[in-house]
Ligand binder design. Structure first.
Ligand SMILES: [Zn+2]
Length: 457
């Protein structure tokens, strides 16, 4: 749809909202401000422009990188320029994993270069690389069944994508279980719904028990299929994997915090945020600069419109979600004494692609209230609350404070198509989707922060 026309329709819908059928009376004192916030969010491309500025200026923001440190310094200044209250950083130590040079070639049948990405946390190969035959397995059971053929080989987990939660298990644990059977390296078919010959990186770990740490990487769906077909025909496939991946000592990093202090109950906190770190192949636009921007917008717009709810709205740009969760855990530790004062927490870490939804986790009494608040979002096309609130960064404080939690959930297929790939850039993100997410989050957060009774726990 032509953008100005879409905006006109939205404006008309917002004007028409008072005639909507589902109209809980208790919301009446909050309607004007909620409408103002949504209209301001949809009025321009401020949020998308800020997203583009972050990703163009700083690029990828892997934990421990100079890029992330410079982005954090910029965000503090930008929050101050926005006029937020109590803008500050909160220090946490984060792991520093460095990818280095890496490559993967098929040397038999003859030479063919495979796009690949080492998995975060992997060890390096020896300097000359590892050359070995590939064994393709369909899943963990298949690996166990063929255990006697695994020793000395490179295991390829060719596990087709079902959903992220299920398929990611092979990225996270594949190297550990392959090593237990004597493999020298492990590869995983990229965790994503669509190939486009793009590998997806992401975190892995070798577990708690002693195991030989073997290097591990993701390859594309297309190359996994090709190796599978060759193997099915009985053709021997040999690969040469080279990786320099390694950890350096932990480095100092920071969560960035800014607030709109509450007018009546400043000690009660409505927490919103996303994670500011990213993986390194793309620019971490969808995962998760956009989540930071759309949650930050809630506070920026309140300041701009001079709206100060009863409770404090606190924006946190968390560090080190991707490979350590030190930001979310650090926030919990630093704020343990006020954990119970957190009345609501919302994270955006699933992109903003349409069709998006709001997910909620918490007691039924709270769900009823947020579902009524969501009627205000009908003009945005986000009227319904689904299950599944929370997020990796707000999870730790949420657990400690028994906090009702919400997630802004972008369309999962579009999100996971570019997730942790070189293609995660601002180009794929529609300004309208960013504005719509900011509008919905601002209105929801405002009402929860301003309503007379705290959301039931
Ligand atoms: Zn993320």
């Amino acid at each position: 749809m032509h953008r100005p026309f879409a905006l006109l329709l939205l404006t008309l819908a917002l004007v028409a909202a008072p005639q909507a059928q589902n109209r809980p009376a208790w919301l009446d004192p909050h309607r004007d401000n909620a409408d103002k916030l949504m209209k301001a969010a949809m009025a321009d491309q401020f949020a998308w422009n800020r997203l583009a500025e972050i990703t163009d200026t700083f690029g990828q923001r892997l934990s421990g990188s100079d890029n992330l440190a410079r982005a954090i310094t910029w965000a503090v200044d930008a929050m101050k320029r926005d006029g937020l209250d109590n803008v500050r950083t909160e220090r946490v130590m984060v792991p520093k994993w460095v990818r280095g040079q890496e490559s993967l070639e098929m040397i038999e049948p003859p030479l063919h270069v495979l796009p690949m990405l080492g998995l975060g946390g992997s060890v390096a190969t020896p300097p000359g690389g590892i050359e070995a035959e590939v064994i393709v397995v369909a899943n963990g059971d298949d690996l166990v069944k063929r255990s006697k053929d695994v020793r000395g080989k490179i295991v390829l987990f060719n596990v087709p994508y079902t959903n992220y939660g299920e398929t990611v298990a092979y990225r996270a644990n594949g190297a550990r279980i392959a090593a237990q059977h004597g493999a020298v390296a492990s590869l995983v078919r990229a965790v994503g719904p669509i190939g486009l010959r793009t590998p997806h990186t992401g975190g892995m770990n070798y577990g708690e028990e002693p195991v030989t740490k073997i290097p591990t990487a993701a390859i594309t769906a297309e190359d996994a299929n090709r190796i599978q077909r060759l193997a099915n025909r009985g053709v021997r496939v040999r690969l040469r994997l080279r990786m320099e991946a390694h950890f350096e000592p932990d480095v100092e990093s920071f969560n960035v915090v800014g607030e709109i202090r509450g007018s009546e109950r400043p000690d009660e906190i409505v927490l919103v945020g996303g994670h500011f770190d990213s993986w390194d192949p793309g620019t971490g636009a969808s995962d998760d600069a956009v989540g930071c921007v759309v949650t930050w917008e809630a506070a920026r717009l309140m300041k701009q419109l001079n709206i100060r709810p009863r409770r404090t709205v606190r924006v946190v740009l968390f560090t080190n979600e991707e490979n350590g969760l030190r930001g979310g855990n650090g926030y919990r530790d630093a704020h343990a004494t006020e954990a119970a004062n957190h009345v609501f927490a919302l994270e955006s870490d699933s992109g903003v692609f349409a069709p998006a939804r709001l997910g909620f986790s918490g007691p039924d009494a709270a769900r009823t209230i947020v579902a009524e608040i969501a009627t205000l979002l009908a003009p945005l096309g986000l009227p319904e609350i689904v299950s599944g609130g929370g997020g990796a960064d707000i999870g730790p404080i949420g657990l400690l404070g028994r906090v009702p939690m919400m997630a802004f959930q972008g369309d999962a297929t579009r999100y996971f198509t570019i997730h942790h790939t070189p293609a995660d850039t601002v180009d794929r993100i529609d300004p309208q989707d960013v504005s719509r997410a900011a509008a919905a989050i601002a209105a929801m957060v405002y009402v929860v922060a301003d309503m007379p009774q705290a959301l039931p726990k």
